[in-house]
Design a protein around this ligand. Structure first.
Ligand SMILES: Cc1cc2nc3c(=O)[nH]c(=O)nc-3n(C[C@H](O)[C@H](O)[C@H](O)COP(=O)(O)OP(=O)(O)OC[C@H]3O[C@@H](n4cnc5c(N)ncnc54)[C@H](O)[C@@H]3O)c2cc1C
Length: 456
């Protein structure tokens, strides 16, 4: 057997510290029982190469952890070697090309965003500041203003990746283009370890302004029907979200909050971009109305952190919706108006009008993204929250076309997440690149991932 030495630390199952290493940095504390064979706290890029080779030699499969934020704990895999990339913290920017380089565990909002903002640049990272860019980018990446600026994966210029053969390669549109294609959308089905992302950046918007309209849930039907009728007409500089949550500073009961965040260069442009919000027929009954007021990313991110607290148990699910308002609004009534506790929230995120996607694995979307998040702390409540969410998502099936991997759990509910062509192409590339299935692939229960809506 080859002897391996690591810059980081290899902890085998049963050794002191293994229990912590198994689930460290995992956001969702409704932890699984799955027990990996070992965890390698990677200390360098070379450790990743050595780790992949070690796994092959020992007959272990390979799982990867970057930011630890996947809801379904995708990095905690039975009998696998977990490559924990948490200690790789590279962050760089080349001002001649506008390209940033970042390690996969770098947090998109808390680390990459301020680093780039100091240089007048921006990358459309995830909304919650602590999400790692690794898992986020591999599955598509619904960052700030994905509606107008596209999926974050579209901003990936190249990746450095350790293949199933244990080789470190640079993949982009011209080199190892199969890996480059697959890395932009296959998510936890990817069969390599990305050690570095090369990311295009854009100028930081000079002016951020938001419109916020808050309603009692009685207004749900009228407001959401109106929103679905107009969202495709709003300027593509505006991120459009409608969320139901509880905010005791506004009302003791859950409320519906419709927001438009304009990412523009001056107040006049923001005012024009947000004007369609003034056509909301229920506006006279708003509990609170903020119109095109200046805001900052720091403030927006602080709200995200409040809504997504650490140390909780979570169930999360999502659906891409399609249909007329008469079909969609009633189907979403339960998930919107019957939240099971004061911390739960449901979001409706506009992607309309749909932009054409480049050639990459990520390939299923629709004009409306809906995701629901339930969080609590007492394990005794697990079953009731799971049941509520399952029921609410079942109501949506008639208007559901698929799901986004980022808020999904294929082991619990299978939905379509790639086009049929992309699914076929991914299987072919995987068979060539990782014929021995060294990488764990999708965590999808005994049937494996089907890429089909389960009710079909
Ligand atoms: C609070 C919160 C807010 C969120 N907000 C958003 C949001 O605004 N937009 C959005 O799109 N998503 C969002 N998500 C979902 C999030 O993007 C995904 O859960 C994503 O998988 C997290 O990436 P990670 O690296 O932190 O997770 P990890 O659990 O570390 O990684 C998930 C899986 O991705 C694969 N992977 C990760 N890194 C690598 C790598 N370097 N090489 C190969 N495979 C790798 C592995 O299969 C790994 O198990 C949010 C999640 C949370 C918990």
């Amino acid at each position: 057997m080859t002897s391996y030495s690591f810059d980081g630390e290899l902890i085998l199952r049963g050794e002191p510290g293994f229990d912590d290493a198994r689930v460290e940095r995992i956001f969702n504390r409704r932890l699984p029982d799955r027990t990996p064979a070992a965890v390698l706290r990677v200390g360098s890029e070379q450790d990743v190469v050595a780790g992949v080779r070690l796994a092959r030699e020992r007959g272990w499969r390979v799982a990867v952890r970057s930011g630890g934020h996947s809801w379904a704990h995708w990095s905690v895999r039975e009998d696998a070697l977990v490559l924990d990339l948490g200690a790789l913290r590279e962050l760089g920017y080349d001002e001649t090309t506008g390209i940033a380089t970042a390690s996969p565990a770098v947090q998109g909002g808390a680390e990459l965003a301020p680093f780039l903002a100091a240089r007048g640049r921006m990358f459309p990272g995830g909304h919650c500041p602590t999400v790692g860019i690794g898992g986020f980018l591999l599955q598509g990446g619904q960052g700030w203003n994905a509606r107008g600026w596209g999926w974050a994966a579209e901003w990936v210029e190249a990746i450095d990746v350790v293949t199933a053969d244990g080789e470190l390669v640079h993949a982009d549109a011209e080199h190892h283009d199969d890996l480059f294609w697959a890395a932009r959308g296959s998510g936890p089905g990817f069969f390599g370890v990305v050690t570095r992302f090369h990311l295009r950046t854009r100028p930081h918007p000079r002016h951020l302004a938001h419109t916020v309209q808050v309603f009692a849930l009685d207004e749900y039907d009228e407001v959401m029907t109106w929103l679905q009728q107009i969202h495709g007409t709003v300027a593509d500089t505006v991120e459009i979200v409608a969320v139901t949550k509880t905010d005791p500073t506004i009302s003791p009961d859950p409320i519906l909050i419709v927001t438009g965040l304009a990412l523009v260069d001056d107040a006049e442009e923001a005012d024009r971009a947000l004007a369609p919000y003034r056509t909301n027929p229920a506006l006279g009954r708003a509990l609170l109305h903020v119109d095109a007021e200046p805001t900052t990313f720091d403030k927006e991110r602080a709200t995200q952190l409040e809504d997504n607290p650490e140390g909780h148990r979570w169930v999360v699910d999502n659906a891409w919706l399609a249909g007329t308002p008469d079909e969609v609004v009633p189907a979403a009534r339960r998930v919107y108006t019957t939240l099971p506790n004061d911390a739960a929230f449901t979001i409706w995120f506009s992607m309309a009008p749909l932009r054409e996607l480049p050639d990459m694995a990520f390939s299923v979307q629709s004009e409306i993204y809906l995701a629901s998040y339930v969080l609590w702390t007492d394990p005794a409540e697990d079953a009731q929250h799971r049941a509520w969410l399952d029921r609410a998502m079942a109501d949506l099936e008639p208007v559901t076309v698929g799901q986004y991997l980022g808020d999904g759990d294929l082991a619990h509910r299978q939905l379509r997440f790639l086009s049929d062509d992309a699914w076929e192409r991914l299987a072919k590339i995987r068979a060539e690149r990782d014929p021995d299935a060294l990488f764990v692939g999708y965590l999808a229960g005994p049937t494996g991932a089907t890429n089909a809506n389960h009710w079909h």
